[in-house]
Design a binder for this molecule. Structure first.
Ligand code: ADP
Ligand code: MG
Length: 331
């Protein structure tokens, strides 16, 4: 099957800054693809290059099998939902949604019909006559989404679309976006710096750092089998063990990662790992202990319902054999 978007060795440099550095990605048609990484890692630049707002310094891009070099944004079958929504305050909701059709000179009745259908998709039927200022943050977000959907794009690019919403609203919008994407069958490329959001929504995740893609995989692969210290640290709560520590446990001199929820407490005698409790944070259903094992700390995420050692107490640590994941790279 033809990929929706294919980036081949794409770099985008701004002077000495390598905002994108030899990025290779193939995004399947109908996929919910997340680009995850810290601020400044090149995610927005990557979206802008796919959208055509930015030209690659090297490399090239294919959209549905066709070279996109020199193709302007409005002819790419790709639409973007921007981080700040960028709604027009003086237009009502219906005209905001219909705006791009107006630019394409669609007749008034036709564009309003299409805009109403798009508002219906995002559950805002009947809100057409309101001004953006009369809407909540979540509703404005939906208008921005409807405005992109009205063009019936094959690929929707979303740049941190839920960043401005409070946690509860963000969680319900995550579920809605996911089901909307499945219902419409549109390819979504979703940028976020929130690993929980990427893992819960995406079919596959690309982890970005310093303009490079460090790892691409399903949420399960990225979470359970990070290929590097960076991914282990950034995705979920993981303990990184250095080659000395891994060697003492397994005999292999490799960097390792151990998820906090895989660590259990055990009697100190007979445990290969032991240390002193230095932090204890109650998180509700779970409690996180920090344990100094001499030079580095291990975090353990434990069910709160059990009796847990206090700060200053000694404890041994145990984990299932498969829980220690040895990493390929150490960057
Ligand atoms: P992210 O979206 O992951 O936060 P960006 O793609 O916005 O990252 O930025 C990646 C890097 O490129 C940053 O160092 C940023 O400062 C730089 N950058 C982005 N756009 C420009 C630009 N137009 N001019 C100069 N530097 C830029
Ligand atoms: Mg950004």
């Amino acid at each position: 099957m033809t990929a929706a978007v294919c980036l081949r060795n794409v770099s985008r440099h701004f002077g000495v800054i390598k905002a994108m550095d030899e990025v290779n990605l193939t995004i399947a048609s109908g996929e919910f693809f997340a680009m995850l990484g810290p601020s400044g890692s090149g995610k927005t630049t990557c979206l802008r290059v796919i959208a055509g707002f930015e030209q690659p310094t090297h490399g090239h891009i294919e959209i549905f099998g066709e070279d996109a070099t020199g193709v302007p944004p409005y002819r790419r079958n790709v639409n973007t939902v921007f981080q700040d929504y960028a709604l027009f305050p003086h237009l009502n909701v219906l005209d905001n949604v219909a705006y791009s059709l107006m630019l394409k000179k669609a007749p008034r009745a036709e564009r309003h019909k299409a805009a109403e259908a798009a508002l219906d998709m995002v559950k805002l039927a009947g809100y057409g006559t309101r001004r953006p200022s009369e809407l909540s943050g979540g509703q404005r977000q939906r208008v921005a989404l409807a405005r992109a959907l009205v063009n019936r794009p094959k690929v929707l690019l979303l740049d941190e679309p839920l960043g401005a919403l409070d946690l509860k609203l963000r969680e319900s919008m995550q579920e809605e976006l996911k089901s909307l994407q499945k219902a419409l069958g549109i390819t979504f490329i979703f940028v976020t710096h929130d690993q929980g959001e990427a893992l819960s929504m995406a079919d596959r995740v690309a982890v970005f750092s310093g303009g490079r893609v460090i790892q691409v995989g399903t949420p399960e692969e990225i979470y359970a089998r990070p290929n590097s210290r960076f991914v282990a640290d950034f995705v979920g709560s993981s303990n990184v063990l250095n080659p000395d520590q891994v060697s003492a446990l397994t005999g292999e001199r490799r960097w390792g990662s151990l998820r906090s929820e895989s660590v259990r407490l055990a009697p100190e005698a007979g445990s290969a790992l032991a240390g002193t409790v230095t932090t204890k944070n109650y998180l509700g259903a779970t409690t996180r202990l920090g344990i100094d094992i001499g030079g580095s700390s291990i975090h353990a995420l434990l069910p709160s319902g059990q009796e847990l050692p206090d700060i200053g107490a000694r404890t041994g640590l145990a984990f299932e054999r498969g829980a220690l994941h040895l990493m390929e790279a150490e960057q």
